[in-house]
Design a protein around this ligand. Structure first.
Ligand code: SF4
Length: 206
């Protein structure tokens, strides 16, 4: 089976490649088409990391280096529905067309490994494309290996990004980190106040 593996980034591909090989898929091609990654220096960084990793694990890589920030932002803003659905379809349809035109038997995507993706929606988009273009979709719930894959990426010294890809997800991730930091600070403050109050209570008793 000649399999085209749409690849969102190198860290997500670590476990997916391992699992696919365990399942008997030997002829795997990694396919890069991710015009959703912003800003451009981040896009380049992730692509360079993937080049490095596919060489390390001996997987061939096909790169569609199309990038158009304005177009992506315009289309995603005009999309009448969940932003990620547009994004999944945009990337995966290109991968599926490439697979069909180049004699692949099946396709999958490394996006399926991330617990941060909208897994069911992603699966649905893949199934629809599989039907539409008459090409088999290989599905595993790769999420079971997410942490193992992250450790593999760490061990291999790969760059690991802190957000999904688009500028919206970068802001959301940053805001979540700020919120977490705020909650932690409040928790510490409360603990300190409780400790002081307990000490005062004890002192008064003595
Ligand atoms: S959050 Fe991720 S999947 Fe969703 S639109 Fe942004 S880049 Fe695409």
């Amino acid at each position: 089976m000649k399999l085209l593996m749409h690849t969102c980034c190198a860290p997500c591909s670590t476990y997916v490649i391992k699992k696919l090989r365990q399942e008997g898929y030997e002829d795997i091609t990694s396919y890069w088409f991710n015009p959703n990654i912003q800003p451009y220096d981040e896009y380049k960084h992730r692509l360079e990391t993937l080049k490095e990793y596919t060489t390390m694990v001996n997987v061939s890589l096909v790169i569609d280096d199309y990038y158009n920030l304005k177009e992506f932002l315009k289309d995603v803003s005009n999309f009448d529905g969940i932003r990620c659905e547009y994004c999944y379809r945009r990337r995966l349809e290109k991968a599926v067309i490439y697979a069909k035109e180049n004699g692949y038997d099946c396709f999958t995507t490394t996006l399926l490994v991330s617990p941060y993706q909208k897994h069911d929606l992603l699966k649905k988009v893949c199934e629809e494309l599989s039907k539409e273009y008459e090409i088999e979709f290989i599905y595993y719930d790769f999420r079971e290996g997410y942490y193992e894959g992250q450790q593999m990426a760490k061990d291999a010294g790969l760059y690991r990004q802190k957000y999904c890809g688009c500028i919206f997800s970068r802001d959301e991730a940053e805001m979540q980190r700020d919120e977490y930091k705020k909650q932690e600070e409040e928790r510490h403050k409360k603990n300190r106040e409780e400790q002081i109050a307990n000490k005062e209570k004890k002192y008064r008793k003595e």
